[in-house]
Design a protein around this ligand. Sequence first.
Ligand code: G1P
Length: 294
Amino acid sequence: MRPIRKAVLPVAGLGTRVLPGAKTTPKELLNVVDRPILSYIVEEGRAAGIEHFVFITGRGKDAIPDYFDHQVELELQLRAKGKIEMLDAMLADLPKPGEMSFLRQMSPLGLGHAVWCAREVIGDEPFAVMLPDVIMDAERPVMAQLVDAYHKVGGNIIGVEAVPESETHKYGVIAPKPHSGGHALGKLVEMTGMVEKPPPGTAPSNLSIAGRYILQPEIFAVLGRHETGAGGEIQLTDAMARMLETQDFHALEYAGTTHDCGDKIGLLRANVALALKRPDLAAAARAALEPLLR
Ligand code: G1P
């Protein structure tokens, strides 16, 4: 079985749900506690063995490659002032030489189109897709859980999360194969279909596509047809649904908490939840927050 070495991170989105903050700072660089959302995503990818990150950026997103580069003046100043812990935290996010590629999606044609833009860099091997507005807080990093599942069953793996039925219209939703839980694979189920943003009342289940995928490279040929779907966009979900006719897809209901940081309340909740889990900040965070909630 070929290893999962590369991940595509589509970061060209406009961040309309977190404007005006995302007007000059790409939403993926908004801070959660004290580091950008993207820092958590790259950390999760590295923990799953990802060796190469392919960022699909767009106009106005130049701060992203800059974030993953040296800021020489600042680093010199921190060193001179003896702020070594801060310096180390900054350097931890930097890529090893050649660990990151940055490509531009020149027109906002949809998530499927963004992933298709990575085809030459990914080449003919299975790869991960990690949506960067979702921080996954989990004991075993969620991307690593998907890689574990991939090593058991191969094919294509989609991370899913149960959501209330009233919310399914906001997501891609999968159709699990009935009675496929016979083997001891925990929350890994075979799939028979999926649909992007089903109208209320029509979703095939309450299992939403949550933003972590392992895909076989044949997806690029399907995406290359540039067929549009929900919202007039080239949808990754539609291409996967097509590929399901010829390839295995499993959905993994991973263990962990999902924070949608592309959303005001999701971003707020991520800040609170992750500050409360930080040994160095938990007590102060609790003391600051409790009076507000009384
Ligand atoms: C995208 C995907 C959708 C998925 C969602 C998760 O939608 O198209 O299938 O459920 O991310 O956040 P978007 O949120 O970009 O509309």
